[in-house]
Design a protein around this ligand. Sequence first.
Ligand code: OGA
Ligand code: NI
Length: 373
Amino acid sequence: MTACQDWPEPVIRVQALAASGLATIPERFIKPKSQRPTNSNNYAPKTNSSQIGHHKNNTTNSNIPVIDMKHIYGGDEGKRAETLRLVSEACQEWGFFQVVNHGVSHELMKGAREVWREFFHQPLDVKEVYANTPLTYEGYGSRLGVKKGAILDWSDYFFLHYMPCSLRDQAKWPALPTSLRSIISEYGEQIVKLGGRILEIMSINLGLREDFLLNAFGGENDLGACLRVNFYPKCPQPDLTLGLSSHSDPGGMTILLPDENVSGLQVRRGEDWVTVKPVPNAFIINMGDQIQVLSNATYKSIEHRVIVNSDKDRVSLAFFYNPRSDIPIQPAKELVTKDRPALYPPMTFDEYRLYIRTRGPSGKAQVESLTSK
Ligand code: OGA
Ligand code: NI
């Protein structure tokens, strides 16, 4: 697979389409029945999957774990150990959790979300200056994958590089609103710190040196970090489409700032989809495919998707904490034994992410196809 130079079809800006006031969505956005959100009531009573068979579209009213980070650096060893245990449990049982008291300024979180909302509400020509291509994906985009005739997701996005510094080019970030570049610089700095702390906890929980995962990603100056800001316009037929199709994140770890007012993220749990209820001022953390590979599948990346609704737009900021793109990633030696051989061959993240960049979101197909057993 090589990277594609351009989109196979003229790009459809979903926000502009939604704003045109159409009553039905174009066929290009209608998902096959098996992928549709059958139950758009986010607080639906728990369904019993054994009664209705193994259907992958049940929704449940449970929530992902919420973890208070305040004791991580508080000096109380017992409380710190308990927090590590909660993170360990969340990583193994869910692959997703929310964190509060994470050290990132609440003002900055609010500011970052608002400045991006303003960005998307500017006239189309202001945004089109940053129109992206599938070569690097940097900029203003509306699809993931280059398969001609693919069924599209109900969202637009902006994608930018924050780390390594050699790839951080503020000229590629929106110039308007005028405060965007400085807010996002500051936001990136704080999120990278938070990500470092969480990677340390995960390394310790895996029985590895505390700097193992960060070093595997290239160390603090070389790791890859990028931001994908998602804009999900309100949709006249939310039951027929998805804001973002089911996928696992290809990178290392994702730190998501969800919309404070509108839910939409759903996490796969067995045969069910759990709609995440964001806690005020929390981040949502999940592990991507690279941590599944490095941990030799002790930790697994989890499928997730986004549903849309008919009355509110939704904005989310997904900060991806990734390996530097040219380092071969493979299972940690400490986690490979005679009984549990390495499940994945070494591969750089550059090679790895070509798959999703070409085919678009496709559940866990890629990481599962690599397992050598
Ligand atoms: C993503 C993602 C979830 C959301 O950008 O990879 O899963 O809630 N986003 O927008
Ligand atoms: Ni994702």
